[in-house]
Design a protein around this ligand. Sequence first.
Ligand SMILES: O=C1O[C@H](COP(=O)(O)O)[C@@H](O)[C@H](O)[C@H]1O
Length: 233
Amino acid sequence: MADVIDHNFENKDKLARALAFRVATELKRDIEASGKASMLVSGGSTPKAFFTALSEEELDWTRVTISLVDERWVPPSSDRSNAKLVGEYLLQNKANGAAFLPLYVDGQTAQEGATLLGKQFEGVHKPFTVVILGMGTDGHTASFFPGGDQLAEAIDLKNQNAFTAIEAPGAGEPRITFTLPQLLQSSFLALHIEGDEKQDVLKSAFGEGEVADMPIRAVLRQTIKELNIFWCP
Ligand SMILES: O=C1O[C@H](COP(=O)(O)O)[C@@H](O)[C@H](O)[C@H]1O
């Protein structure tokens, strides 16, 4: 179980550059070993500087497939779309040759999309080379939200499904999320958080309490995959 923030940085810029360098190193290693690499990233507001730094890294991006840890069930034109964020900040500069697989299917519900995307992702390179999680101040990660109607299924380590469609009071629109056992099928797993408030939330999550109250605990308490925690004030 991870019990410390093991990668501390003075500021957002230093964190972004260090995380981008580490991720690029992992992607290059997998490209060299297997000819391709895959990466799941988080959305929200935190990753912008990291995405920009990563987009400047020199590597064979044409061999990299990028997707998301989770998505809000909105079209890519929406300002709420995590795919839109990735398009604007990551699929740019040197990374513009990477393939991107969205977690949204036009005209389908999130439940229907979960099934369709599950089939599509069977062909994606695994274990995922890199998975980067974020965390909200309510203790959610991916779309594992407190009060989520399918939270138990989404974090069940025996769940065979790649995706769960989920709705929660704090989530805004319906969501789709990779399930926890899928996210743990990764060579490099990181949690990227910033700010004192999130540090305090994480400290609480390391304490005793129900996973359902702070679903990030499902990641902190698992023993399958080492978690690398990146933080700056
Ligand atoms: O809704 C989401 O929020 C979390 C955290 O976002 P932030 O704005 O607090 O950085 C994010 O990790 C997740 O991918 C996203 O869907």
